[in-house]
Design a binder for this molecule. Sequence first.
Ligand code: ATP
Ligand code: MG
Length: 438
Amino acid sequence: MDTEAIVIRIKTPSGDMDSSVDCPSLLNFNDLLVAIRDVMPEATVTAFEYEDEVGDRITVRSDEELKAMLSYYCNTMNEQRMNGLLPDPLQIFPRAGKTPGNRNIHGLKVNTRPNPANDCTHAVPDSIANNSLKKSSAELKRILTNGQINAQDIHYQEQLGHGNGGTVYKAYHVLGKRVLAVKVIPLDITVELQKQIMSELEILYKCDSPYIITFFSAFFVENRISICTEFMDGGSLDVYKRIPEHVLGRIAVAVVKGLTYLWSLKILHRDVKPSNMLVNTRGQVKLCDFGVSTQLVNSIAKTYVGTNAYMAPERISGEQYGIHADVWSVGISFMELALGMFPYPQIPKNQGSLMPLQLLQCIVDEDPPVLHIGQFSEKFVHFITQCMRRHPKERPAPNNLMDHSFIVQYNDGNAEVVSMWVCRCLEERRAQQAQGPI
Ligand code: ATP
Ligand code: MG
């Protein structure tokens, strides 16, 4: 069967809910039922239906029938594509039985007081319906994309890089038939702490943004945690040379959108820097390595003590910090990407990760560096200067960041610019590697 992603549309009384299923071949009947029940908690759903080409409803009650449905749908999808059409989502109609309370099979007296939660005709206010759909969408995504990644189903291919906490590998998930990036972090912690980290990581299933790396799964094996995410074939921005402003503008739009999304979930990134901004040959830009698990951050910090050179002055000097500290890190990161070097000459590029405090004191003491108008556009220089104001409150507020003229100018959805630039750089890198050392 086709293994490409499909969209399933669950038709419910309170609206349609679309969810993308990355690996339909991994989907089983029970998973889908659990997901439907989550969307329609008030009903007893034991089966669902789909429509064939003449509109007849066909019931699905087992894995076999689910397989038949998926293969019917994949054929239709291929036909639609061949006719130059965009495939419709796979529409399924949950079959809701009566709730046990209403059925009253034993003739027991039932409480006849109206209960809005059980009343299907009760109009659900939009906001509540949307909220519950939103929550369910996250849950559905968790159930459907999890694909039960087990350590033994991962084939490690090559090491992509090594950071302060762990090592990142390119890997292949055999069952899901997809390439992953797996970050492996050695952690000597108790089982209790492991459980806490796993539950803190749950929020990653809910992150659903084109500007945030997709999280697939995490698991502990002995004293190592493995975090499986989407693989980005362009890697991280720290290894690129000076990035031209028209490319950087489109990258900045994606980074600001990604951060705005995280902030809307009350998540501070805490580690904004070029090595945590990933790109791919499709021109997508995504953020990774944000600190959702306090326990994980603390456990890593116990082993690797140090301060990061992209941190805002208030963080380096140990003061309280908030969203504005992420804004500073955006400023200093984009300044580095534009210059091709870390903006404080005392601190060399690529050594900016973990540093002794004394070296970083200049970030606290000196006036922040500025870009030169002439070399860069006025809008870009203003953007960086605003993000790198020494006093946090003087930096743009989260809502103002999207409205900055530099961001507005490049918010044109033109992924082609980034895509072409990534492809060209990768091509150059390959050519250089082929030539070998001079
Ligand atoms: P730190 O540990 O301080 O975060 P870092 O970001 O450089 O430093 P890692 O997060 O361990 O270190 O990542 C190491 C490298 O692996 C990155 O620099 C990047 O090049 C690569 N990498 C990480 N995640 C992915 C991914 N999803 N797709 C492709 N490459 C990745
Ligand atoms: Mg990283």
